[in-house]
Design a protein around this ligand. Sequence first.
Ligand code: FES
Length: 157
Amino acid sequence: MIASKLLSIGEISQRTGVATSALRFYESIGLINSQRTTGNQRRFPRAIIRRVAVIKAAQRAGIPLDEIGRAMSTLPADRAPTRDDWERFSRSWKQDLERRIGQLTRIKDDLESCIGCGCLSIENCALFNPDDELAETLASTSKLEDLVDGVAGTIFV
Ligand code: FES
């Protein structure tokens, strides 16, 4: 690659609005790659600008960095993500986001039923006993002392 087509970390920072420290961090975890000059300074291909844009947009949507890294690893290292790549990533991440919103909505509903209740009952409180662990213990325990141990374990874990 011709040296003049490479950009310094400061130029990438200026064009993306991402701090140089964040860019160094992205590089340290393999989200972006640089080349080094003879003076050991980082130089990035222009394609990195669009990669950084995808990383920032994904982070804004709450996508974990390891998931972003998995998506980026499907792209050739020297190519900017295309519109189709971004379409594919954003569709997949939207589904994740909807699943998480569903989980949070269920938790919020459970929490609402706790407001003004205060029972913290293993039988009635969906937040305290979300997967009905007592029922599971009852179904799998035949002796009384096992039952007591199982319930105590459920309460004190
Ligand atoms: S505290 Fe009673 S339902 Fe959660």
